[in-house]
Design a binder for this molecule. Structure first.
Ligand code: ATP
Length: 545
C-alpha cells in the first residue's frame, strides 16, 4: 500500500537561483582553477603596453644587441600574454557550454512538472537562456578577468612609483563620476523603455491572435492606431534613453580631459624635484597603465550593470507539486473514493464537500452547467490542482499519477510514428501494439501499416476521434485501471461519440467522465452512474437530463 504524504510547506526549495554559488557548483573545480590562473597571466597585457612604451625611451639605440634583446623580450612577453588570453577564452567557452546545458536542463525539468504552457518553456530555453548566457555567464567571466587586470595593473603602478602612481589612479577614477551619478536615472529610463516595449509586444501578439475577428468586425484601423500609439511611445522612450546615455558620455569626456592632461601635468611638475626620482619613462608607463585601470573600472561597472540586469530572470521557479493532505484514516474500499473534497481557486471555493465512491470497474458520467467545476473536479482527482480539503483514493491509496489515464479534449500527440506515440519509446512488441489498436478500432481504419504511420504537426493528420483512441490505446497498453475523461467526445459526431463510449464502457477499468452531451440509452445499457455536479455537490440524476 502506498504511503500518504504531505508536501513540505517551506518556500526555500521552491526556486533555483542562478548565481555565483550555482556556477561554482556546476563547473568542475580544475576548470575553475585553470580559468583563474589564465585570467591572471592574461591580465598582464595592460601592464605590458605601459611598461614597453616606458622602456623604449631607455633603449640604447646605438647598440643593436640591446635593441634586438628588447624587441625579443617584448615579443615573448606579448606572445605569452596573448596565448594566455586565447586559452582563457577557450576555457570560458567550455565553461559556458557546461553552464548552458545545466541551465536549459533546469528550465526544462522545473517547467515539466508544472502547468506552464509550451510557449513559456520554449521562451525560457531559447530567449531567456540566451540572455542569461550573454549578460550573466559571460559577464561573470569578464568580471573575473577585468578584476584581475585591475589588481595586477594597480600593483604594477604602485610598484613603479608609489606617490605618482597613487595620484594617477585617483585622477583616473574621476572619469567614473558621471556614470556613477547618472546610474539611478539611467535605470529609470531603461525601465520606462522596457515597460513600453513589453506593452507593445503584448498588444502586437494580442492583435495577431485576433486577426480573424478584427478583420470580420472591420475594426482594423482601431487596432492599428492603438499599435501606432504604443509603437511611438516605445520609440520615444528609447530615444530618451539614448539621449540620456549620450549626455552622460559628454560629461565623461569633460572629465576625461582632466584625467588625461592632469597626470601628464602633475608628472612633469613633480619631475622637477629630483629627490622624487620621477623620469619620463616612469611618466609614460604610468599614464598608459593608469588609463587601463580606469578603462577596466568602466568595463567593470558596465559588466556589473549587465549582471544586475539579469536579476529578474535568474530565479527559476520550481513547479509546486499539488498539495496532498495527510490523512491516515483507513480506506478499505477498492475503486475510486472521493472524500470531503474541497478545491479553491484563489479566494473562490469551486468545489466543496464532494463525496463519491465508484467500485472497481464502475463507471460514472458527470454532467452539470458550464463553469460549475467538472474539469476542476477531474483535475483534482488526477492531482493536478491543489485540494483545500479532502482526499481522493484509488484502490485504498491516495491517487497517484501512475494510477490513471487522463484524457482531455486536447490530446497530446507528437511528431513520430504511431508506434512512438503509443509506446512513448518504451519496449512493446508489435503484436501487443497491433492488438491494442485493433481494440480501439484503429487497425481497420488505418490499415496494416498503421503502426508505421507518421504523425505530423502534433497530430494534424489524424482526426479528433482517432487522436482520442490513440490516447485510450496508450492507457490500455499500460494496464491503467482508472480512466479520467474530460469531455473527450465533445468534438465528435453522435455516431463516433457512441463508438468511443461503447469501447470505454466495455473496458475492465474504473471510469469517471465529464460530458455535456451523452446518450441516456447507452448509459442505461452499460449501467453507467449518472451524476450532476451543482452547488449542492455531486448527486445522482434520477430522471433523464
Ligand atoms: N486556472 C484557473 N484559475 C482560476 N479559476 C479557474 C481556473 N480554471 C477554472 N477556473 C474557474 O473554476 C470554475 C470551474 O471551471 P471548470 O472549467 O472546472 O468548469 P466546467 O464545469 O468544467 O466548465 P465547462 O463545462 O464550461 O467546461 C469556473 O468558475 C472557472 O472560472
Amino acid at each position: 500500500m502506498k504511503l500518504t504524504y504531505e508536501l513540505k510547506d517551506s518556500n526555500t526549495d521552491h526556486q533555483v537561483k542562478i548565481n555565483l554559488k550555482w556556477i561554482l557548483e556546476t563547473l568542475p573545480t580544475p576548470l575553475i582553477v585553470a580559468i583563474i590562473i589564465l585570467g591572471i597571466t592574461s591580465s598582464f597585457e595592460a601592464i605590458l603596453n605601459g611598461y614597453i612604451m616606458g622602456q623604449i625611451i631607455k633603449v640604447n639605440l646605438s647598440d643593436l644587441g640591446s635593441v634586438t634583446r628588447f624587441i625579443l623580450q617584448a615579443f615573448i612577453a606579448y606572445l605569452i600574454t596573448y596565448l594566455s588570453a586565447y586559452s582563457f577564452l577557450m576555457l570560458k567557452n567550455q565553461a559556458i557550454k557546461i553552464l548552458n546545458v545545466k541551465l536549459k536542463q533546469t528550465f526544462f525539468k522545473n517547467a515539466f512538472n508544472g502547468d506552464q504552457d509550451e510557449s513559456d518553456i520554449t521562451n525560457s530555453i531559447t530567449t531567456i537562456s540566451k540572455q542569461i548566457e550573454q549578460s550573466y555567464f559571460n559577464s561573470i567571466f569578464m568580471l573575473i578577468q577585468t578584476g584581475l587586470t585591475i589588481i595586477s595593473t594597480t600593483i604594477f603602478i604602485l610598484g613603479t612609483h608609489f606617490l605618482l602612481g597613487s595620484i594617477y589612479i585617483v585622477l583616473s577614477f574621476l572619469s567614473l563620476i558621471p556614470s556613477y551619478l547618472g546610474r539611478k536615472k539611467l535605470d529609470v529610463k531603461v525601465k520606462e523603455w522596457s515597460t513600453s516595449n513589453s506593452e507593445l509586444l503584448n498588444n502586437t501578439s494580442d492583435t495577431f491572435r485576433g486577426r480573424t475577428e478584427i478583420r470580420n468586425f472591420d475594426v482594423k484601423s482601431l487596432f492599428f492606431s492603438k499599435i501606432n500609439r504604443l509603437l511611438n511611445k516605445e520609440e520615444l522612450n528609447y530615444r530618451n534613453l539614448s539621449n540620456y546615455q549620450t549626455t552622460l558620455m559628454l560629461y565623461a569626456w569633460g572629465f576625461a580631459i582632466l584625467t588625461y592632461l592632469g597626470p601628464i601635468a602633475i608628472g612633469l611638475y613633480l619631475a622637477q624635484f629630483s629627490s622624487l626620482g620621477i623620469t619620463t619613462s616612469i611618466i609614460v608607463s604610468l599614464i598608459l597603465t593608469a588609463d587601463s585601470v580606469v578603462g577596466n573600472m568602466r568595463s567593470l561597472t558596465s559588466l556589473q550593470n549587465a549582471v544586475a540586469g539579469t536579476n529578474g530572470i535568474r530565479t527559476i521557479a520550481k513547479s509546486q507539486q499539488p498539495k496532498i493532505i495527510k490523512d491516515h484514516s483507513e480506506n478499505s474500499t477498492a475503486g475510486l473514493v472521493i472524500k470531503n473534497l474541497q478545491v479553491n481557486r484563489g479566494p473562490k471555493v469551486i468545489l466543496d464537500n464532494i463525496n463519491l465512491t465508484l467500485t472497481e470497474q464502475e463507471k460514472a458520467l458527470i454532467t452539470g452547467p458550464s463553469g460549475v467545476g467538472k474539469s476542476t473536479l477531474l483535475s483534482a482527482i488526477s492531482g493536478q490542482v491543489n485540494k483545500a480539503n479532502g482526499n481522493v483514493y484509488f484502490n485504498q491509496s491516495i491517487v497517484d499519477n501512475s494510477d490513471y489515464v487522463y484524457i482531455s479534449q486536447d490530446i497530446w500527440l507528437f511528431d513520430g510514428t504511431l508506434r512512438d506515440n503509443l509506446t512513448l519509446f518504451e519496449n512493446y512488441s508489435d503484436e501487443v501494439l497491433t492488438e491494442v489498436i485493433q481494440k480501439v478500432g484503429l487497425l481497420e481504419e488505418l490499415g496494416d501499416h498503421a503502426l508505421d504511420m507518421e504523425i505530423k504537426n502534433k497530430g494534424e493528420n489524424v482526426s479528433g476521434g482517432q487522436a482520442q483512441r490513440i490516447a485510450i490505446a496508450r492507457g490500455l497498453l499500460r494496464d491503467k485501471k482508472l480512466f479520467i475523461l474530460d469531455e473527450i467526445t465533445s468534438s465528435l459526431d453522435v455516431k463516433n461519440a457512441k463508438k468511443i463510449h461503447d469501447l470505454i464502457y466495455q473496458l475492465p477499468v474504473t471510469v469517471i467522465e465529464s460530458a455535456h452531451n451523452y446518450d441516456d440509452e447507452q448509459l442505461e445499457q452499460y449501467a453507467i452512474k449518472k451524476l450532476v455536479l451543482s452547488s449542492n455537490g455531486l448527486n445522482p440524476v434520477t430522471t433523464s437530463a
